[in-house]
Design a binder for this molecule. Structure first.
Ligand code: HEC
Ligand code: HEC
Length: 339
């Protein structure tokens, strides 16, 4: 009898621990199904069309800029510029660092201030923005409709369009391609799946510190390393007049003053520089700011930022871990565009 009880309780414990191990594993692995709207399911034809549009510089006023200029797959889907280079007539720069497009399909909010919800809503913005592609849609849509090759591809990808290219179908096609920009098979993912040798001992310790002592997961949570929420790390000294007020520009609530979206940390080793303003060059410095804040006394500073007195060694280990999050990119860059 005693034996039986002991056995059942032993089984219960081992079952419980293996369950929590699976739960933990699932949390860090990207769900294989990519979220997609009912009226724009991912199909190979839509992806192929969206990819051509994504790389096509004819979508900009100067004919020199495409989405890939600022979100290139080989550069962690970013541009490596502090703040993105403009095509505006004066060559002015936009105010913000270009975020990675990777895993944006899984995000509830797009942009640093979360002003767009879906990729379809997002896609047309940069085409028209004067600091991005500077191409009014009233000019672009007729221009695209003169390209017979595109008309055919739209007719195949979206039969209801009958080959008539409209803003709606343009946005849908680009969003379809973006939904294929997803993370996977990084050394970290391999490690989570059970390959204990996939990452170094230093990186393993870094991951432990990231989840434990440093509590980075209070904001950088789950497979995409983001809570999808917004925080104020005191990136500016509080004098925000004429500066970037973050989410407050979208929703005028005091709590949103100077807050920015928690970015994914996927591909972070190759998507420098960092933060919404691109002011930070290294992973270590970005991590330090997240732990201590840059100007920690500003109004509305996040209460989730709590200095954990991390050592230099803790940072070295965490940076080593962050470097295991880079997805090998196999995107073939198109060279032939529809005529
Ligand atoms: C000149 C550089 C530039 C070009 C060209 C550009 N973007 Fe962006 N993109 C940015 C910047 C900068 C942001 C952040 C802006 C903000 O948060 O206000 C951004 C944000 C995004 C986001 C949101 C990502 C996130 O995590 O919040 C997506 C998705 C995106 N761009 C896709 C595209 C697509 C699709 C195109 C082409 C139609 C494009 N971009 C063209 C610079 C650019
Ligand atoms: C309070 C929430 C919060 C915590 C806790 C936090 N971060 Fe962040 N992290 C953010 C936000 C928000 C940003 C972007 C801030 C901005 O641009 O204004 C960011 C940016 C970063 C970046 C730069 C990414 C990029 O693409 O620009 C890195 C790297 C980073 N965090 C690592 C860490 C590490 C390591 C820890 C633990 C020591 C940590 N973070 C803790 C919210 C947090």
């Amino acid at each position: 009898m005693i034996k039986k009880v002991l056995l059942t309780s032993l089984m219960a414990t081992s079952l419980a621990s293996s369950l929590s191990a699976t739960e933990d594993m699932e949390k860090w692995l990207r769900p294989s199904e990519v979220p997609q709207p009912k009226d724009n399911k991912i199909t190979p034809k839509r992806v192929e069309l969206g990819k051509l549009l994504y790389f096509d510089t004819r979508l900009s006023s100067t004919g020199k800029v495409s989405c890939a200029t600022c979100h290139h797959p080989k550069r962690g889907w970013t541009d490596l510029e502090a703040v993105s280079k403009a095509v505006g007539i004066n060559g002015e720069r936009g105010p913000r660092n270009s975020p990675t497009v990777m895993n944006s399909a899984y995000q509830k909010h797009q942009f640093w201030d979360g002003r767009a919800r879906t990729l379809e809503q997002q896609a047309l913005g940069p085409i028209e923005a004067d600091v991005e592609m500077n191409m009014p849609l009233e000019v672009l849509i007729p221009k695209l409709n003169k390209i017979q090759g595109y008309k055919k591809l739209f007719a195949k990808a979206y039969p209801q369009s009958k080959g008539e290219i409209t803003e709606k179908y343009l946005a849908k096609a680009i969003a379809s391609f973006e939904r294929t920009a997803v993370s996977g098979n990084t050394p970290f993912d391999k490690y989570i799946k059970g390959d204990k040798k996939a990452i170094s001992a230093e990186a393993k310790e870094g991951f432990k510190i990231f989840k434990g002592k440093a509590n980075c997961v209070s904001c950088h949570e789950g497979f995409n390393f983001s809570d999808g929420s917004f925080h104020n790390l005191g990136m500016t000294d509080g004098q925000l007049a004429g500066k970037d007020v973050g989410r407050y520009a979208v929703k005028r609530r005091a709590a949103w003053y100077g807050v920015f979206k928690t970015p994914t940390l996927r591909d972070v080793a190759i998507s420098h520089p960092y933060m919404h303003d691109g002011s930070v060059k290294s992973l270590e410095e970005a991590s330090r700011i997240c732990n201590e804040g840059k100007f920690p006394h500003v109004k509305n500073f996040s209460t989730q930022v709590q200095n954990k007195d991390l050592t230099d060694d803790d940072y070295t280990k965490m940076v080593s871990f962050l470097k295991t999050l880079t997805t090998e990119n196999k995107t073939k860059i198109p060279t032939n565009f529809p005529q």
